[in-house]
Design a protein around this ligand. Structure first.
Ligand code: GLY
Length: 354
């Protein structure tokens, strides 16, 4: 899999114009959703080469990351004469970069794509690392491909327009990267207050560090055969909570579910791999202070467990966790007793006083 090129920029217009001028392509397409069409595209539209592009706009929201909208993208590409030498820019959050990436991976067996993430979640996670896909048959990212964009441009100017909930959602992935990386990265992320008056210059530097952590892991294992599984920390239980919230009709933001999953999975790490108790307490307290609680009681433990058994990362029916022995000390492919998983759900509820 070819390496992607990730650039953190402070002047997106100038850098994008320069990059596009040096690139060979016959036609340019820009994929937006209804939100980024209105709020983000106008920030780029006076770039001369962008003005020559064809804008494709799809409905915003993860529920629209489906075959119907994907086929609408394919149709525009086809009807407007896109060739294998055309370029598709995905301007948006994770839904746009995932689905646009997959449209790029599949149209005429693959056309080059560029991601310009506009949310924190997409900047530090979805737009980086080459995972693309759509939801199918009620399952998230059920159909997809590893297909890295030729370049990812990350400009934190977009983050200034995000509301607190969306900023916190992306920040959970930054906390995850820091826990996977080192005591120093962890100390810097846990000392930052994304829910208060945000220091954007500092956040910008931290985004660059967070992306570099993810890039290092993806470079080592682009197809998730081994160490890339580390990036699932917090996601096994987090995804189960996200699915439960979806079934209830009140979907959690992905990163809020991941934050709750991190609390549970660090508890498992403490019990099973010797993760330090003081760091567990510190992370649980931090998440309780920053994130809204996810309410559930013990009558729902079995339902959550059942959802965990459907996790894509499981092998031979065994729930597959990524745990930590300490910050930076990753243990992949961990199986955990059901009783201990239930104990971790108790720990979450006790930490939040639920
Ligand atoms: N979002 C996890 C990964 O890219 O592997």
């Amino acid at each position: 899999m070819a390496n992607q090129h990730v650039v953190i920029v402070t002047n997106l217009k100038a850098e994008l114009q320069e990059y596009l001028s040096a690139l060979k392509y016959d036609k340019l397409f820009i994929l937006t959703d209804t939100n980024t069409r209105e709020k983000c595209y106008p920030l780029l539209k006076d770039i001369p080469l962008i003005q020559q592009g064809e804008v494709i706009s799809i409905e915003a929201g993860d529920t629209g990351k489906d075959i119907t909208q994907l086929s609408a993208i394919w149709r525009v590409l086809s009807e407007k004469g896109a060739s294998r030498h055309s370029l598709l820019i995905n301007l948006g959050g994770g839904m746009v970069t995932d689905m646009g990436g997959f449209a790029g991976a599949t149209f005429k067996r693959g056309i080059p794509t560029i991601n310009i993430p506009t949310t924190l979640m997409a900047s530090v996670d979805a737009a980086v690392g080459g995972k693309t896909g759509i939801n199918f048959n009620g399952l998230k990212n059920e159909i997809g491909a590893f297909y890295p964009p030729v370049c990812v441009f990350i400009d934190c100017m977009f983050l200034r327009t995000l509301d607190r909930d969306n900023l916190l959602s992306g920040y959970a992935e930054m906390l995850k990267h820091a826990l996977l990386s080192s005591p120093e990265d962890y100390a810097s992320v846990i000392a930052f207050d994304p829910g208060g008056a945000v220091d954007y210059a500092r956040l910008h530097r931290m985004v660059a560090q967070s992306v570099a952590i993810k890039e290092r892991i993806v470079e080592e294992d682009p197809r998730e055969l081994g160490i890339r599984k580390a990036l699932n920390l917090g996601h096994t239980i987090g995804h189960a909570m996200e699915s439960l919230s979806f079934k209830r009709g009140h979907p959690l933001l992905h990163g809020h579910a991941v934050a709750a999953g991190i609390v549970c999975e660090l508890y498992l790490s403490y019990k099973q791999c010797g993760f330090p108790a003081d760091k567990l307490t510190q992370v649980a307290y931090y998440i309780k202070e920053q994130y809204p609680p996810f309410f559930f009681d013990c009558s729902e433990y079995d339902a959550l467990y059942e959802l965990m058994t459907h996790d894509k990362k499981n092998e031979s029916g065994i729930i597959n966790f990524t745990l930590l022995a300490d910050t930076g000390k990753v243990r992949i492919n961990q199986s955990v007793d059901k009783a201990l998983i239930f104990e971790s759900l108790d720990f979450y509820r006790e930490s939040f006083g639920i």
